[in-house]
Write a protein that binds this ligand. Structure first.
Ligand SMILES: Nc1ncnc2c1ncn2[C@@H]1O[C@H](COP(=O)(O)OP(=O)(O)O)[C@@H](O)[C@H]1O
Ligand SMILES: [Mg+2]
Length: 378
């Protein structure tokens, strides 16, 4: 076995743990034809969960087809519609020849050009002329429903980083069009997920927004320590090494149960372990990761203003009443009105997460780096 832990790629099969409740929830919604919205910060496991659920559901029902669209680099309607139709054609065709045939039979008013993207060789790409596209947007938006109806399949359209829709020029007007079409799709379930909580929340819970109440919302949480411990212990065992439950728990604790970072630290500890993990392996693994991250984190720290750094220092010291006179003075944070500005900026940089009155670091490794190497607190 190459490596017992995995990060940076989607977690599936042996690398996947827990999420039974969330996966069942998704399955129930999808089977009932209800659209789902999934929200969590980056790297908490949305994409992995959806892939896992898709695989599980496909094993039970071969009529079910999942189509994956990732909007991470999409900035315009045209790009969106090209990606959307390419992904749908790809998901519903088993070869390039069939894809070409499907394009011919499903597009009547607008004829896309089809090309084979050389990397990887099987990817097909549809592109449209923008003028024509504007006149025939309905045909493109209705593509999944038409295909699902004619092929008698149930299509699940999964859109990752959905919040990027808001970066489009005239995003609201486009959202209105999408909603108006998607709403009428009988054969499709839409699963929309994203990592910018406030944007996603605005889409689905603000009554003036086009996607208001489009479906059910799930806030994905981190994976609890009680699930990490047996997972880590088992992965060590399967690769001929052992780790105690206590040390496994410490890995999860240090990384605050953050899925990506727990897997990363577990892998680093595993690499350090010769046969049986000792406490020192964990200490060294942490130091090594901090070394690796230093360039990146130093850059991140350089970007911040003094006030922002002071705020992070207060957060590292577990302060919670940021607007109290004592905290404002001790950490040199300016006036209390300054605090909300600092918070917003740090949130926009994706450094902190603010939930109600609770403020936390997005990246547990950055927090450790700040404490140990920047503020030299320990
Ligand atoms: N269910 C899970 N079990 C174990 N590790 C997971 C799980 N979900 C996510 N991870 C870890 O977190 C990382 C990021 O997951 P990903 O699905 O890409 O998150 P997101 O889509 O929310 O950004 C994965 O590479 C993996 O290391
Ligand atoms: Mg993702």
């Amino acid at each position: 076995m190459a490596r017992p832990f995995n990060y940076g790629k989607l977690a599936n099969e042996d690398y996947f743990t827990n999420r039974d409740r969330e996966s069942k929830w998704l399955e129930t919604q999808i089977n009932a034809g209800i659209n789902c919205m999934l929200i969590s910060p980056r790297r908490w496991g949305k994409s992995s969960l959806i892939l896992h659920t898709a695989k599980r559901m496909r094993r039970k029902n071969k009529q079910l087809v999942f189509c994956f669209i990732d909007l991470y680099n999409i900035r315009s309607e045209q790009e969106f519609l090209q990606l959307y139709s390419s992904a749908i054609i790809k998901a519903t065709s088993s070869s390039f020849e069939e894809a070409v045939k499907n394009v011919k039979s499903f597009f009547k008013q607008i004829i896309p050009s089809v090309s084979l993207n050389p990397d990887p060789a099987s990817e097909i790409e549809l592109s449209f002329n923008w003028k024509e596209l504007q006149k025939n947007m309905s045909e493109v938006l209705n593509l999944p429903n038409k295909i699902a109806h004619q092929k008698k399949i149930q299509l699940v359209v999964c859109v990752d980083e959905f919040q990027n829709i808001s970066f489009m020029e005239d995003g609201i007007a486009f959202q209105k069009k999408m909603r108006a079409h998607w709403q009428a799709h009988q054969h499709i379930s839409y699963v929309l997920y994203g990592s910018r909580r406030h944007l996603m929340m605005e889409f689905f819970t603000k009554s003036s927004m086009p996607f208001y109440k489009f479906g059910e919302i799930l806030f994905l949480e981190k994976i609890a320590e009680e699930h990490w411990v047996p997972f880590i212990v088992k992965r060590f065992k399967e690769t001929g090494k052992t780790i105690s439950g206590a040390l496994a728990a410490q890995i999860a604790k240090l990384m605050e149960n953050h899925p990506y970072f727990v897997q990363q630290l577990a892998q680093a500890v595993w690499q350090h372990t010769s046969k049986k993990t000792i406490a020192d392996d964990l200490t060294q693994a942490i130091e090594e990761l901090l070394d690796q991250y230093t360039i990146l984190y130093q850059k991140e720290a350089d970007m911040l203003t003094n006030y922002q750094l002071n705020f992070l220092k207060a957060l590292c010291h577990k302060e919670t009443s940021f607007t109290s006179t004592a905290v404002l003075n001790n950490y040199n944070l300016g006036t209390s009105t300054n605090i909300s500005r600092i918070k917003t900026a740090l949130q926009n940089h994706e450094i902190i997460d603010v939930l109600g009155r609770q403020v936390s670091f997005n990246d547990p490794m950055f927090e450790i780096w700040l404490k140990k190497r920047y503020f030299k607190m320990e």
